[in-house]
Every structure is written in structure tokens, then in C-alpha cells.
Design a protein around this ligand. Structure first.
Ligand SMILES: Nc1nc2c(c(=O)[nH]1)N[C@H]1C(S)=C(S)[C@@H](COP(=O)(O)OP(=O)(O)OC[C@H]3O[C@@H](n4cnc5c(=O)[nH]c(N)nc54)[C@H](O)[C@@H]3O)O[C@H]1N2
Ligand SMILES: Nc1nc2c(c(=O)[nH]1)N[C@H]1C(S)=C(S)[C@@H](COP(=O)(O)OP(=O)(O)OC[C@H]3O[C@@H](n4cnc5c(=O)[nH]c(N)nc54)[C@H](O)[C@@H]3O)O[C@H]1N2
Ligand code: SF4
Ligand SMILES: [Mo]
Length: 660
């Protein structure tokens, strides 16, 4: 038997899945996936039947022996013990009752471990209570804010329109690891002769999707983009039809002409020939006069000036005539919920106060009044936030912490109550993608193991046990309401039958160069900051002591801290492997036969060092996702630094050194 479902992991694929169920459960006892197989839905236009290793592993992952299948409550002995749902939910409700009049002492932290219409249930519960919530983003905040500043709202051309590009510039999107299906589109484009230029500090797996590469210094994209814009200005190549659609063009022009090309190029470690290449791509020479599409990865905005980098790339796309046209555009991202009506949770109430995500440990320690109750769901902040050890201590210091989880993560292991949630393939949901306009329906194809419950029912279970219960809407109504969006024309029944639908959105964003600002004009950046290229100081230590950028790139078989292949998370104490360029000067002072450490002002981690050509010499590449409990989370040595815009986390700004 087959059922249609969808993958709601934190990945913009949002793949439609075909779940192949075994005919007889009894015959598949020895199979770690219980006889269930997952494949891609060939009818889905974006994912085209292709599903990644993590998607294929979903069936086995849900049956992992590490899965939490009953509520856990911390006992007087300090350990977590199995409890009944009644006990666990009543305990949570009584703690909330005691704080009902001081909602500022209740903090709700929700991540993107899973998203969708029903996933809003915990937001609904805690908004109804007026509790405190998070501010900013660990993910895409700086770039989002940059797009909002430039366009008035984030948007990009439809994913299908990429097929009309005559040339492509990829600013650091990892097409092999993070963006499988986008990678397939780029591969097809190359087969048709569309040339692809990749710009990054290296260490990614983009070689198979690249014709020409520019290797730049980490965090310096804005200088390369500015240099390309400067050439357009020097050549008077921005027609009034474009400059007239921007605000502040004259001032912007003056500012850039006052810089020197040589300074800009040295700030990003690019050669004049690299700039020639980028100009060829953006001025439509590489694509024989056809438009150039620009892909913006999210890695390039995980820096102190990450927002500014996105703004300069957008400005280059705009001023070179590639904005608002089919085959062109700047693809950064969209809100995954924008074509659904998810307002039921937001309308429930406003938060008493907010806590900055990138600085959560400090925010919790300094909070006045203190946080007395913390609820975390679909989130592993103790692992994924900067300065993870400090956050671990701050969480431990809170009177009462509840974590809704499927595994005993670095966060869940510090909870007073762990509530076991259903996972992908087990729970019903409707959700969108942060890249394409398809909406997915995930059917509950497999039974929930043990006493596991849907997140929606968990939040409702607490709400109805409060002394003053909070009424919950019906599940079905929430799903139907989600589809009552001006961008959708589909009934719940139709969506269930097909597994996906496409939201109605213009194929070209910003057609006619009319933007979402009230005056419909584009906004050019007001400044170009040279700091960040020069030495900066962190924790009183100069970058001379810590000369290398630590780039914590994602791993193909993990989604963030979630292990794709069950059992692959090594906890044998073996050091994590990092990569540096063969010409990295730190190598000369290292004895690779002795233990090597990556050292930041925040701590040190044992590592194994590998060399890999093509990486910027001032860079160490470390995979992210390892667990603190196994000594493998890079966030143990990463400082909390906020990006210039959007309250993002500047993980890649972290400087380190290598030593024995
Ligand atoms: N397999 C897998 N897929 C995932 C995830 C996962 O954990 N595993 N996570 C998902 C999530 S939450 C996200 S946010 C996305 C992120 O996916 P991506 O947008 O690909 O972003 P990152 O992995 O953060 O960034 C890595 C890329 O940025 C490049 N880069 C780093 N610094 C710079 C720079 O200064 N300039 C330029 N031009 N490039 C730079 C690196 O070379 C690398 O190619 O992936 C999603 N998909
Ligand atoms: N060093 C470093 N750290 C980073 C980054 C970086 O570039 N460098 N990038 C950051 C990025 S892009 C992101 S998006 C964040 C991600 O940070 P998180 O949102 O914390 O990501 P995950 O590690 O995937 O944690 C999600 C958790 O949700 C759980 N989960 C899965 N399904 C469900 C469900 O249905 N219900 C519930 N309740 N839980 C579920 C999973 O088991 C998992 O533990 O991390 C950031 N951390
Ligand atoms: S993690 Fe894999 S299966 Fe899931 S949405 Fe992303 S590409 Fe698709
Ligand atoms: Mo992310």
C-alpha cells in the first residue's frame, strides 16, 4: 500500500513523498524501517520524485531505539523517569497556573524542527497566555531584513522561472548539500549550456554545478558586489529607466565612486580578473545577452555585516538590469508560511517581552524578572545556539523546563519534563517552503510508536488542564483555515488526494520594477562598511591571535542537529574532522601526528585536520550538527554575535586558530 506524505524537516525542499507500507507488519521485524520505504513523488514539479538521504532515512529514524516514546519527568533523584501523559501534562499545567499572572516569567521557544498549520499550536497556547518569546533568527534573519530593506518585502521569481536564465551566479548556496532540487535545476541548465559562476570561500560541494569559481574571503561579498556596481557606474551603464526606480541613486553613486576598485578587491581577496568575470555574468555577456539569475545562499549572511552583503548583491542585480525580469532575479528566500493563513496563533495574544535568540544565554541570565518556566518545542537551542555551554547552564538554572522532543537532545536532556512528539510520516500537516511556491500535505502514513502524540494534541492537552482552560480550535478547522488564503484555490480533500498544490504567485517578482515600499521604489544601501575586512577584536583578543574564520557548514546527512541516518552520530569520542587549504599557513606550525585543537577565545575542541584545495587560506571548515553531549558541537566555541540587520547570528564571523 502507498500513501502520500511530505517532509517537514527544516529544508526548503518540502518534498512530496510516497510512503510504501508493508503488507504484513509481522514479516518485517528485522527491518530497522519496519518494512516502510520512502521515495519521492514523481508528480511533484519541483522535487520531481527525487528525495535526499535524510528523507529516505525518515522511516528508520522514527523507529530508532533512541526515540523517546513516553513522557519523562525528572524525579527527586535528579534523573528523568517515565510518567503518564496525565501526570506530565497536569504538572506542566500546574506550573503555568502558578505563573498565570506573571506571563513575562514564562518563555516559549519554538524552532523550525517542524513547521506548518498545526505546528502553530504551541504559539497559540503561549500567545494566549501572553508569554515571552524569541526575537531574531539563528538562520536567515540578516538576509531577510536586507531583502525587506531593499524591496519592501522578501520575494523572488518563481522557482520554475530559473529555467529561463541564460546565466547563473551562485553566491554560496551549497547545491549538493542544502539544496538538492535546486542543484538538479542548475545541473539541467548547465546541460543546456547555461554557464554558472560560483562565488564562495570554498569548502562546499559545488564543483559539479560550476563552470567558473571565484574564491573570496569569508564575509566579504559586499566588496565584490560593490566593485561590480562601481564598474557599471564608471561606465555609465545604469540606464535612467533603472536608476529612476531607486531612491538615493545620486548619493549611492557618489559613495561608490569615492572608493577605489583596488581597495574593494583587496577587501575580498579577489583579483581584477575575478571582477571581469563577475561583470561578464552580470552584464549579460556570459549568457549571450540573456538574463542572469543570482542565487544567494544563507551562509554569506552569517557575518557581522551579513545584511550588508545581501544588500549589495541585490543592488548589483537591480542596477545591472537583472531584477524584475524573467530568467533573472535575486533568489534569497521567502517566508514558508506566506501562502497559508496561519494567523490563528498570532491573533491569540501578544508576548510580554522578547529574548534575542543569538544572545539567549546572556538574555536569560540577565532577565529581570527571571524566567521561571521555559517551554521548548521543535528546537534544540542548547546545541544550535552560539555559546552553547553558557545556554546549557542558563537552561539548567530555570525552575522548570519542558521540552517537546523525539530524542534526548542536548536541550531535552536538561528538561524537567520531556513530552514525546510524533515525527514526519506520523502526523498530519500542511506547510510551505522557504524557496518555492508549492504547498505540501503530509498524511499520517505510519502509526505513532509508544505513547507519542502530535504536537497539536500536546499543546491542547496542557491548555485544557489549566485552572482557566484555553479553548482550542478543532484540528480540521485549523487545516481548512490554512487553505483560506488569497493565493490558494484548493480544498482540503483535493490537497489530501494530490499531496501538493501550487500557490498563485506572479512568476516574476518586482515586474516593472515596482517594489513593495509605499513609493514602489527600490532602496539602495546607504553605507559600505569597511570593518570586518580589517582586524576586529573579539573578547579582547585580536584576530592576530585567532586568524582563521570558523565556517560551520552543514553536513549532507544531517538536518541541523538531527541525524539523518540512524546511528551515524558518532559518540565514540573520535575528534571531528575539519578542512583547511593546503596553503593554510597554520599548517606549518602543526604536528599532525599529535592531537590538534581548534581554539577560540571561548574554548577549544580536539579535531582531525584534512587539507582540501580551493578553500580560502584563512578559513577552517567544520561540519555543524554534532552534539554537545559527544563533545562535537561547534557552538561550544562560537561567540554570540548579532548580525548588522534582522537580529541574526553571525556564526561564521568566529575567529579561531589551530594548535597542538
Ligand atoms: N543536508 C542539509 N541540508 C540542509 C540543512 C542541513 O543541516 N543539512 N539545513 C537547512 C537549513 S536550516 C538551512 S538555513 C539551509 C542553509 O543552506 P545554505 O544556504 O547552503 O547555507 P549554509 O550551509 O549556511 O552556507 C554554506 C554555504 O555558504 C558558503 N559561504 C560561507 N561563507 C560565505 C561567504 O562569505 N560568501 C559566500 N559567497 N559564500 C559563503 C559556503 O561555502 C557554503 O557553500 O540548508 C537547509 N538544508
Ligand atoms: N555553528 C552553527 N550553528 C548553527 C548554524 C550555523 O550555521 N552554524 N545554523 C543555524 C541554522 S541555519 C538553524 S535553522 C538553526 C537550527 O536549529 P534547530 O531549530 O534547533 O534545529 P534542529 O537541530 O534541527 O532541531 C530541531 C529539533 O526539533 C526536533 N523535532 C523534529 N520534528 C519535530 C516535531 O514534529 N515536533 C517537535 N516538537 N520537535 C521536532 C528534532 O528532533 C530536533 O531536535 O541552527 C543554527 N545553528
Ligand atoms: S530533507 Fe530531504 S526529503 Fe526532506 S525536504 Fe529536504 S530534500 Fe526533501
Ligand atoms: Mo536554517
Amino acid at each position: 500500500m502507498q500513501r502520500l506524505s511530505a517532509c517537514s524537516l527544516d529544508c526548503h525542499g518540502a518534498c512530496s513523498l510516497v510512503v510504501h507500507l508493508p503488507d504484513e507488519e509481522a514479516s518485517v521485524h528485522d527491518d530497522p524501517a519496519g518494512g516502510v520505504r520512502v521515495s519521492g513523488n514523481p508528480d511533484h514539479p519541483f522535487t520531481r520524485g527525487v528525495v535526499c538521504v535524510k528523507g529516505r532515512a525518515l522511516a528508520a529514524r522514527r523507529l530508532s531505539p533512541d526515540r523517546i516514546t513516553t513522557p519523562l519527568v525528572r524525579g527527586a533523584d535528579g534523573a528523568l523517569h517515565p510518567a503518564t501523559w496525565d501526570e506530565a501534562l497536569a504538572l506542566c499545567a500546574s506550573k503555568l497556573d502558578a505563573l498565570r499572572d506573571t506571563p513575562e516569567s514564562i518563555l516559549h521557544l519554538r524552532g523550525f524542527g517542524y513547521r506548518g498549520a498545526l505546528a502553530e499550536a504551541s504559539n497559540y497556547l503561549f500567545n494566549s497566555l501572553g508569554a515571552a518569546r524569541k526575537r531574531g533568527s539563528l538562520c536567515d534573519g540578516a538576509g531577510d531584513a536586507a531583502c525587506e530593506a531593499d524591496f519592501g518585502a522578501p520575494d523572488h521569481n518563481d522557482s520554475d522561472d530559473l529555467a529561463n536564465a541564460a546565466a547563473i551566479v551562485n553566491w554560496g548556496k551549497d547545491l549538493a548539500r542544502s539544496s538538492l532540487h535546486l542543484g538538479l535545476m542548475v545541473r539541467d541548465a548547465r546541460k543546456r549550456g547555461v554557464p554558472v559562476l560560483t562565488i564562495s570561500p570554498g569548502g562546499d560541494d559545488n564543483d559539479a554545478f560550476t563552470d567558473v569559481r571565484i574564491r573570496i574571503r569569508p564575509g566579504s561579498d559586499r566588496f565584490l558586489a560593490a566593485a561590480a556596481i562601481r564598474r557599471l557606474l564608471v561606465d555609465d551603464a545604469v540606464p535612467p529607466a533603472i536608476s529612476g526606480r531607486t531612491r538615493g541613486f545620486g548619493q549611492f553613486r557618489e559613495m561608490l565612486l569615492a572608493t577605489s576598485e583596488a581597495d574593494l578587491l583587496s577587501a575580498c581577496d579577489a583579483a581584477p580578473a575575478d571582477l571581469d568575470t563577475l561583470c561578464r555574468w552580470m552584464r549579460r555577456e556570459a549568457g549571450n545577452g540573456g538574463p542572469t539569475a543570482s542565487l544567494l545562499g544563507w551562509g554569506l549572511q552569517r557575518y557581522l555585516r551579513g545584511g550588508e552583503s545581501v544588500r549589495y548583491i541585490n543592488a548589483l542585480v537591480m542596477l545591472s538590469g537583472n531584477m524584475g525580469v524573467s530568467g533573472g532575479g535575486a533568489y534569497y528566500g521567502i517566508s514558508s508560511g506566506r501562502s497559508l493563513d496561519l494567523s490563528w496563533s498570532r491573533k491569540a495574544g501578544t508576548p510580554a517581552r522578547t529574548f534575542l535568540l543569538s544572545h539567549m544565554a546572556q538574555e536569560l541570565t540577565q532577565a529581570d524578572p527571571q524566567v521561571r518556566f521555559l517551554w521548548v518545542d521543535a528546537f534544540n537551542p542548547v546545541n544550535q545556539s552560539p555559546d552553547a555551554p553558557a545556554l546549557a547552564r542558563a537552561v539548567e538554572a530555570i525552575d522548570f523546563t519542558v521540552v517537546v522532543e523525539a530524542f534526548l537532545t542536548d536541550t531535552a536532556s536538561r528538561a524537567d519534563v520531556v513530552l514525546p512528539c510524533a515525527l514526519v510520516l506520523e502526523r498530519e500537516e500542511i506547510f510551505g517552503s522557504a524557496y518555492h511556491n508549492y504547498i505540501a500535505y503530509a498524511a499520517p502514513a505510519c502509526p505513532m510508536p509508544g505513547e507519542v502524540r502530535h504536537d497539536f494534541d500536546i499543546a491542547r492537552g496542557v491548555a485544557e488542564r489549566l485552572a482557566r482552560p484555553i479553548p482550542f480550535p478543532d484540528r480540521e478547522d485549523v487545516l481548512r483555515q490554512a487553505l483560506r488564503s488569497p493565493h490558494l484555490e484548493v480544498s482540503l480533500e483535493e490537497l489530501k488526494a494530490t499531496g501538493w498544490t501550487k500557490a498563485k504567485r506572479p512568476s516574476v517578482a518586482w515586474e516593472g520594477l515596482r517594489f513593495a515600499h509605499p513609493d514602489e521604489l527600490y532602496r539602495l544601501p546607504e553605507a559600505l562598511h569597511l570593518d570586518g575586512a580589517a582586524a576586529t577584536v573579539q573578547d579582547g583578543a585580536s584576530t592576530g591571535d585567532y586568524p582563521l574564520h570558523l565556517l560551520t557548514l552543514l553536513a549532507p546527512d544531517y538536518v541541523n542537529s538531527q541525524v539523518g541516518l540512524p546511528g551515524r552520530q558518532p559518540d565514540d569520542g573520535a575528534p571531528i574532522t575539519v578542512q583547511v587549504a593546503p596553503e593554510c599557513h597554520a599548517l606549518s606550525a602543526l604536528d599532525l601526528d599529535r592531537p590538534v585543537f581548534v581554539v577560540s577565545p571561548h574554548g577549544r575542541m580536539p579535531v582531525q585536520v584534512q587539507t582540501r584545495p580551493g578553500i580560502h587560506p584563512r578559513t577552517v571548515i567544520m561540519p555543524r550538527g554534532g552534539w554537545l553531549a559527544h563533545g562535537r558541537s561547534p557552538n561550544a566555541i562560537i561567540a554570540p554575535l548579532a548580525t548588522d540587520m534582522g537580529d541574526g547570528a553571525a556564526y561564521y564571523e568566529q575567529r579561531v586558530r589551530l594548535e597542538n
